[in-house]
Design a protein around this ligand. Structure first.
Ligand code: ARG
Length: 497
């Protein structure tokens, strides 16, 4: 195979340079997309009377032959071609001759060609990633259902903050991930537009029908302006950005689970299937899967920075720098696709140590804000007065080593006389019902708080939301399948004419 492009030049590139220029390796992922795009383009060329029936039949025959060889892994890649686009055109010319095969690239440039491939690849990939996210959401809601009353301490600054329940925690991440899946769908709609027909930058003087390739390839519309169509890579940046945002969420869950499965917390136990051991310390059970999710998140951020930096100073139009975007995107997609099932597996198999969680909550001072709020209601203290009083109470019980359950109305009232210089109206019962973690929680009233009633309502609501997303994603996947079936049938029809 020798280059079909290099007629303008006399000198040949040496192997080192060829390797440097080539994107063949990373292009292997868009092989079929390139064949599909080329088939759609040539069907359109025939229907527009730019090539004849015989030309189309031969071109489609050669492309289908190449597709089977590729699927059967019979391809030998050759570095004399720069990329998959040149490889495919060279192959077709080799099969059917330059007189006919040489027509395949009429009215097209590698610039609109590579973009169409990327858009087709990414939209399919986003569906796959979204399906993995749906599984994770399913798991969060399912495990959440079992823990609407599993009491735990909630943390801010990694310090004990308020009493909550484990389900509420899981739901918080479900909500964040619902936003991610929405972002993927919005991004999908921006990706799913056809750049073919934009040519190298200014369109073509052949009578191309951009709407026809749009339909044949299952796009939702065209990306209209030909400069925009080949220059703009914001769809790739947005994809990488959403992947990075999503990884940030997975990484934070991973971090919580790592800490909470330490002996010191003892809230969770990661299943053996997702744990590693030490080569030397026989007692160890390490959450390596979660640590790797956290670590790989760094790589995905790096990919995003690479992409933003590649684009930053580029003059308008296609520039070869853009070729470098593929590897970063592939890496981000691979990391997210590998991390999602692992995290889903860890969450669905985790052992929740309810007793330990409750014990830590019961011994904590996380009732303090609730107690201050009770005092506002019962003693007409201002919040700041109540805050001051409870702050002093906590100081006192720590110094005197008094357990929360042993706090009395007498103690609090004496403290009030000392700190606020007034009596307060408080009973032992009121204090007991606030320091007791269960009843403390039940007194919370706000929408979206961890009271079991609110948590159950949110689970019910999010299950419906999940069904909605499942339907949306399935319908996008179905549309792609139908488009692909149509293209296959159209190819078959023209092959048999
Ligand atoms: N291999 C190139 C890429 O990945 C294809 C486009 C080349 N276009 C060009 N004008 N040289 O971006």
């Amino acid at each position: 195979m020798s280059s079909v492009y290099r007629s303008r030049l006399t000198g040949k590139v040496n192997e080192e340079t060829a390797r440097f220029i080539s994107s063949l390796e990373e292009d292997k992922r868009i092989f079929e997309e390139d064949i599909d795009g080329t088939e759609a383009h040539n069907i359109m060329l025939y229907e527009q009377d730019i090539i004849d029936k015989d030309d189309l039949g031969k071109i489609l025959y050669a492309l289908e032959k190449l597709r089977s060889e590729m699927r059967e892994k019979k391809i030998e890649y050759n570095l004399e071609v720069e990329d998959i686009h040149e490889y495919i055109e060279t192959y077709v010319i080799g099969e059917i001759g330059i007189k006919t095969g040489g027509k395949l690239h009429s009215g097209r440039s590698r610039n609109d060609q590579v973009t169409v491939d990327m858009r087709m690849y990414l939209r399919a990939k986003l569906i796959k990633v979204s399906e993995l996210i749906l599984n994770l959401l399913d798991t969060l809601l399912k495990i959440g259902e079992d823990h609407t009353e599993t009491l735990m301490v909630l943390y801010t600054h990694t310090q004990q903050a308020q009493i909550g329940v484990f389900s509420h925690y899981l739901l918080a991440y479900a909500d964040s991930i619902f936003r991610d899946i929405q972002r993927f769908q919005d991004c999908y709609d921006k990706i799913n537009l056809n750049p073919l027909g934009a040519g190298p930058i200014g369109g073509s003087s052949l009578n191309l029908n951009r709407m026809r390739t749009t339909t044949l390839l299952g796009f939702n519309g065209v990306i209209e302006n030909s400069i925009d169509a080949i220059s703009s890579k914001d769809f790739e940046l947005e994809t990488a950005c959403i992947l990075a945002i999503h990884m940030s969420t997975l990484s934070r869950i991973a971090e919580d689970f790592i800490i909470w499965s330490s002996t010191e917390y003892g809230f969770l136990e990661i299943a053996d299937e997702y744990s590693s051991v030490s080569s030397v310390m026989p007692q160890k059970k390490n959450p390596c899967t979660l640590e790797l999710i956290r670590g790989k998140t760094g790589k995905v951020y790096g990919d995003l920075i690479s992409l933003l930096t590649i684009i930053k100073g580029l003059p308008t139009g296609y520039n070869r720098d853009l070729q470098e975007m593929k590897t970063s995107l592939w890496d981000s997609l691979d990391v997210v696709s590998a991390s999602l099932p692992i995290l889903t597996g860890v969450i669905s198999t985790v052992k929740v140590n309810k007793d330990r969680m409750k014990k830590v909550a019961s011994e904590s001072h996380a009732f303090a804000m609730d107690l201050a709020e009770r005092l506002i209601e019962s003693s007409s203290l201002s919040f700041r007065e109540a805050h001051k009083l409870v702050g002093n109470l906590i100081k006192e019980i720590i110094i005197k080593d008094i357990k929360p359950k042993n706090i009395t109305a007498k103690l609090l009232n004496e403290l009030s006389i000392k700190v606020l210089e007034k009596n307060i109206s408080v009973t032992d019962m009121m204090i007991q019902s606030t320091v007791d973690v269960e009843s403390c929680l039940l007194q919370r009233k706000t929408l979206g708080s961890p009271i079991p009633k609110e948590v159950k309502r949110m689970i019910k609501n999010r299950k419906k939301l999940l069904d909605l997303h499942k339907n949306n994603i399935a319908s996008r996947a179905r549309k792609l399948e139908i488009a692909n079936e149509n293209l296959r049938n159209t190819v078959k029809k023209y092959l048999s004419l």
